[in-house]
Design a protein around this ligand. Structure first.
Ligand code: GDD
Ligand code: MG
Length: 433
């Protein structure tokens, strides 16, 4: 990949936020083929991106998405990445998770790919978090709470167990597999640009197309991201004393982190997770408060923003959904210990103006989860191990190709949630809608 080096940056304590960079060639060839480095632009050889992706888990959060869309994302993920799908899809009246299991199983066999699939409401997952001393994720009903962020956190714990160094997130409702593939290459490019073990890559969409006056219009900014970026930039500016527009990816669902950083950040519920990451970086490593992680302060954190070349086509959100997303995004800033009173008032006015808040309402804080770092991962592992063995397609696939040549007998089917889902594996090979 031929990519621009960041030209602008904003420092906030140990954090370096780089301004958005452009990609000049999605594939610049193998090592030695891409030409010399040209100062402002570098050619990152395919081998280097491949190597990084081999250490990356790509996480796909799913809640009731159409199978065709999920499949498109799976086809886009480079073979060397570990795929982790965390589904919170309904199991009744139609068991959508079961359909997802079948689709993934077929896919993993055809693509010879490593895939882990887990259901967010699997009681064993909740139990594993409880056993590991991290009860925050578990609701009163004994299951992991609803929410995209909650699914992401399950995936993080699994990526940690799989020994991955990087974790990248890709939404399942993307109509363009090519775009998803590009994002994953750009995650790797960001990690190729840094030696820092605390790093993050966030995708700035080239555009988010929509219909305006009967024509396709390539909008640059989403309705929520415009506002979130403004207030995140304001939060930074109020401390540095210089107005900035550095942050263009406040809501970026398409992002990746080194695992070392991912385990040291707070998470906010559902769609508040992305702005919360920025708030958490400012709070924990911004130098305004004592940091619980002095190592990070010493080494620093690098935040890359990469502008994609593909437009981002996804399932359009309804106005209520957008308002709710705006409310929770701004609530993360409003609720921060760093947020000055004057900025809080501006946020309240904005929420009122957007109809996200009504007169007399206060800004409700969003649920926040502490870093996963101190969780007992060994205990988590021993609790989930039995189920993981059953749901890891890779393990099933390895047995599948055993020396006996007999296929279907190698697949174990011994209980609910196990793999494959209640059907002989060979029956699951057909096309999935
Ligand atoms: N595991 C899991 N659990 N996944 C979920 C859940 C859940 O409770 N809820 C939603 N998802 C999945 C969806 O299936 C989809 O793949 C992804 O999370 C994003 O959900 P959408 O409903 O498509 O969100 P959005 O398009 O409105 O917002 C996305 O883009 C925003 C930036 O514009 C999200 O990624 C936001 O987090 C992001 O800020
Ligand atoms: Mg979406």
């Amino acid at each position: 990949m031929r990519i621009e080096l960041p030209r602008t940056s904003e420092r906030f304590g140990a954090n370096v936020f780089y301004g958005p960079v452009q990609v000049y060639e999605l594939d610049s060839g193998l090592r030695g083929q891409g030409g010399d480095e040209e100062g402002a632009i570098v050619a990152l050889p395919y081998e280097r991106l491949h190597e990084i992706q081999g250490q990356m888990a790509v996480v796909v959060p799913v809640r009731g998405e159409r199978i065709r869309l999920i499949e498109g994302i799976l086809f886009a993920i480079p073979n060397q990445c570990l795929v982790i799908v965390v589904s919170n899809s309904p199991r009744e009246p139609v068991d959508r998770f079961r359909v997802e299991q079948q689709a993934l199983y077929t896919f993993a066999r055809l693509a010879r790919k490593r895939v882990i699939l887990v259901h967010q409401k699997d009681p064993l997952v909740a139990q594993a978090f409880l056993d590991a001393g991290y009860p925050d994720l578990v609701a009163e009903d004994g299951r992991v709470r609803d929410g995209k962020a909650e699914g992401m956190m399950i995936a993080l714990a699994l990526a940690r167990l799989a020994g991955k160094r990087y974790v990248g997130f890709v939404d399942a409702d993307n109509y363009s597999p090519g775009a998803a593939h590009e994002y994953i290459c750009e995650y790797a490019a960001a990690f190729a640009l840094t030696e820092c073990q605390y790093a993050m890559a966030r995708i700035l969409w080239q555009s988010k197309p929509k219909y305006v006056d009967g024509q396709l219009y390539f909008a640059k900014w989403g309705r929520t991201s415009r506002v979130t970026n403004h207030f995140l930039n304001q939060l930074i500016s109020r401390y540095t004393g210089f107005e900035t527009d550095i942050m263009g990816t406040g809501n970026s669902g398409e992002h990746a982190l080194t695992l070392e950083l991912a385990l040291r950040l707070d998470y906010a519920t559902h769609y508040a997770v992305e702005p919360q990451h920025i708030v958490s970086l400012l709070e924990r490593f911004g130098g305004e408060r004592e940091s619980p992680y002095p190592d990070v302060i010493r080494e620093g954190v690098e935040i890359f923003q990469i502008e994609s070349r593909n437009p981002h086509f996804h399932r359009a959100g309804e106005p209520d959904h957008i308002r709710e997303m705006t409310r929770v995004a701004l609530s993360t800033i409003h609720g921060s210990v760093l947020c000055p009173a004057a900025l809080r008032r501006e946020i309240e006015e904005e929420l009122l103006a957007q109809g996200c808040l009504h007169d007399g309402d206060s800004v409700e804080p969003v649920r926040r989860y502490p870093p996963l770092l101190d969780m007992d991962f060994d205990t988590f592992h021993s609790t989930v191990e039995r189920r993981l063995q059953a749901t890891s397609v890779e393990r099933v696939r390895l047995r599948w190709r055993g020396p006996s040549g007999s296929r279907r007998r190698h697949v174990s089917r011994t209980g609910p949630g196990e793999w494959p889902p209640g059907r002989d594996a060979e029956e699951t090979q057909g096309p999935i809608n």
